[in-house]
Design a protein around this ligand. Structure first.
Ligand code: MG
Length: 286
């Protein structure tokens, strides 16, 4: 449930599943697809007092942060680079993944968690590349949460030292608030959208480790001022890397893949260093 946008069911906080209180959840029956929150909406958010909304929200987010910490520890332990891919609907997340997976699959182990409200269409597109994918259907939910990711890891089991993409539900609002335990957020924007999205959705763009400006092959046909978009982005995020790409023509994709390789190397080096110091500490005790 997300009280921010009023989706889901107030009063039943938590993305309930697998604990005997969600009949619509098919976890365990189909390990390739997890379903949450099907059925009619519950109490309207408008029926709740502001204080109640704030208290539910705080409770939901602090529970989420607990699960996110568990996921992060698991990723660290297994040397898995997990990236949370977010954008509005239709920016080209799945198309980008298809190309990246095809280009990188010979080089490293890969896995994908797909989040959508309904359908397994995107997971099927990903599996066509030969990379394992698990679909999470959030039902009424407008974002993935850390608890869902924890369950997904149980079935997907990404191999050690793999690169795991988590394609979030297409939404630039609520996914900003829900840490999944990822190493970083990849925020995508396409040139067919408004160039002012970074300042319209500052919470999301502020949290980006990298911003991908996609569909640059369409720049001659649309009114999109790249420089103005980057200026807006810098108002909310001075740090994020920015890459101009076209997932359909492949332009700029080599830079994106280099960024991924670099992140993965950093993670694996940090892992090796911490293993070495753990070993040294053990030896010192002998
Ligand atoms: Mg998609």
């Amino acid at each position: 449930m997300c009280t921010v946008c009023g989706c889901g069911e107030p009063g039943a906080p938590g993305h309930h599943h697998g604990h005997g209180h969600d009949a619509a959840h098919h976890h365990g029956e189909d390990p390739h697809s997890h379903h949450y929150g099907l059925g009619p909406a519950g109490v309207s958010i408008a029926d709740l007092s502001q204080a109640r909304i704030v208290s539910i929200e705080r409770d939901v987010l602090s529970k989420n942060d607990g699960y996110a910490r568990q996921n992060r520890a698991w990723f660290e332990q297994h040397g898995v680079l997990a990236l949370n891919l977010v954008s509005g609907p239709g920016s080209g997340k799945t198309t980008l993944l298809e190309r990246s997976l095809n280009d990188l699959k010979a080089e490293m182990a890969l896995a994908v968690i797909e989040g959508d409200q309904q359908t397994a269409n995107d997971a099927e597109r990903i599996r066509a590349t030969g990379v394992p994918a698990l679909q999470i259907n959030t039902g009424k939910g407008c974002h993935l949460d850390a608890h869902q990711i924890g369950h997904a890891l149980g079935d997907l089991r990404p191999p050690d030292h793999s690169l795991l993409f988590i394609e979030n539900v297409g939404n630039l609002v609520c996914p900003a608030m829900f840490d999944l335990g990822e190493a970083g957020k990849v925020v995508m924007l396409s040139v067919t959208e408004g160039e002012d999205k970074p300042i319209k959705y500052p919470d999301m763009f502020h949290r980006a480790a990298v911003v991908l400006l996609n569909k640059i092959d369409l720049l001659p046909y649309v009114r999109f001022d790249v420089q103005r978009c980057l200026d807006y982005l810098r108002q909310v995020n001075g740090e994020a890397a920015v890459l101009l790409v076209s997932a359909t023509t492949g332009e700029g994709m080599a830079d994106w893949h280099d960024w991924l390789r670099d992140q993965r190397m950093r993670l694996l080096n940090a892992r090796a260093t911490s293993l070495k110091s753990e070993r040294a500490a053990l030896m010192a005790q002998l």
